[in-house]
Ligand binder design. Structure first.
Ligand code: AMP
Ligand code: MG
Length: 361
């Protein structure tokens, strides 16, 4: 064969290899145009869970769902304060003793303690005595006596949680009668772990809804950002006052309308002010935090709800990167941080949109 013929063959082979590489890369990077959907509805972590995964092959997608469900239930057995053999319960029950726990529980409790410090105690993962006293959202919910609240409050706060790592093993020591409650952060952590699993398994597009704690991976099937609704409090599920457009992100909402006890015309909800031991008398109906890190978004939505408008404004001025949306109680008005401006759209034209955390200044 002539030199020209050989060089043509080489060039053609190189071009073919390049085309295959480009095709494989694009195939991995671009969302599937005609993705199939598999959806699972479950109940764990004390909440209704919906997961949708998109891709090719029903069997593969169903297997992925089964894996995510198993993972969610496994993590619930570590993090739940309502399961007697969970890591969290064993640590709390071990009062004054070092209790060995899984690395996952250790890491989450450590993160919760760090976020508690960061929010000046507005987020308190050691307020289990208070949540157990009120039992909001479960059988036996009641309004306790002031004396009971005062006694329970003495046993709250992260000073009562110690952590240590020893030769590859992980330990927690709880003292002073405190009880760990990760209800304000665990769903975020579970969402983060599920998102990691989806990425490891090559799923490019998925939506996880852990009772209103949303997380999406990649873009929506067919391409483009996901548009996630923020629930209008007191209205039927699926009625939204606004949407956020995101990809690879989580959107976590805390609100007084989620779980509550109504007694003598007063509503007692499930988010507590650690300084009073009572449901927070917040300026907000709901607080939504938008962040890739769902663990952080979960803890912060709870903490910002507790801080109220002035506290949240001060905190956000020091943390300009936080994207958050606040619905003011009793008003058709939302406040958004600078970082949330570009992702939030009000669904209702009569809703006024203001600034918080120094946004717009
Ligand atoms: P969330 O719905 O994420 O705001 O979390 C509410 C849950 O977190 C409650 O059901 C309690 O289990 C727990 N919780 C309530 N108040 C606080 C608080 N101030 N700090 C941390 N966890 C809390
Ligand atoms: Mg939370």
């Amino acid at each position: 064969m002539s030199t020209e013929g050989r060089s043509f063959k080489k060039t053609a082979a190189a071009a073919l290899i390049c085309a295959v590489v480009v095709f494989l890369c694009l195939n991995r990077l671009l969302p599937d145009k005609k993705a199939e959907e598999a959806r699972g509805d479950y109940f764990f972590l004390g909440t209704v869970v919906h997961i949708s995964v998109y891709g090719q092959g029903k069997d593969f997608l169903s297997e992925e769902l089964a894996g995510l469900e198993a993972e969610g239930k496994r993590l619930e057995k570590l993090f739940s304060a309502n399961i007697p053999e969970s890591d969290v319960r064993r640590a709390s029950d071990g009062q004054g003793k070092w209790v060995e726990v899984s690395e996952e529980t250790y890491a989450l409790v450590k993160r919760a303690v760090d976020l508690s410090e960061d929010t000046d105690g507005a987020f308190d993962p050691a307020l289990g005595r208070i949540t157990k006293l009120w039992k909001i959202g479960s059988d036996g919910a009641r309004v306790p006596e002031e004396e009971e609240i005062r006694a329970a409050l003495r046993c709250c706060g992260c000073k009562d949680i110690e952590l240590k790592e020893d030769d590859g093993a992980y330990f927690i020591k709880v003292t002073g009668g405190a009880l760990i409650d990760l209800g304000g952060i665990a769903k975020g952590r579970v969402a983060d772990i599920m998102v990691k699993k989806l990425a490891d398994d090559g799923i490019k597009s998925a939506l996880i809804d852990l009772g209103g704690n949303l997380a999406v991976t990649g873009e929506r099937p067919g391409g483009g950002k996901w548009r996630l609704g923020i629930q209008t409090p007191e209205r039927p599920r699926g009625e939204y006052f606004g949407t956020v457009s995101v990809s690879d992100c989580s959107v976590v909402t805390s609100g007084a309308y989620e779980r509550y006890l109504e007694k003598d015309g007063v509503r007692w909800h499930h988010i507590f002010d650690p300084s009073t031991g009572r449901p927070t008398d917040s300026d907000f109906s709901s607080v939504t935090v938008i962040d890739r890190d769902s663990t952080k978004a979960d803890a912060l939505s709870t903490a910002l709800f507790v801080m109220g408008r002035d506290g949240a404004d001060g905190y956000l001025k020091e943390h300009k990167d936080i994207a958050a949306v606040f619905l003011l109680k009793g008003e058709k008005r939302v406040l958004v941080t600078e970082a949330a401006r570009s992702v939030f759209t009000a669904a209702d034209a009569s809703l006024s949109v203001g600034d918080i955390g120094g946004a717009g200044k």
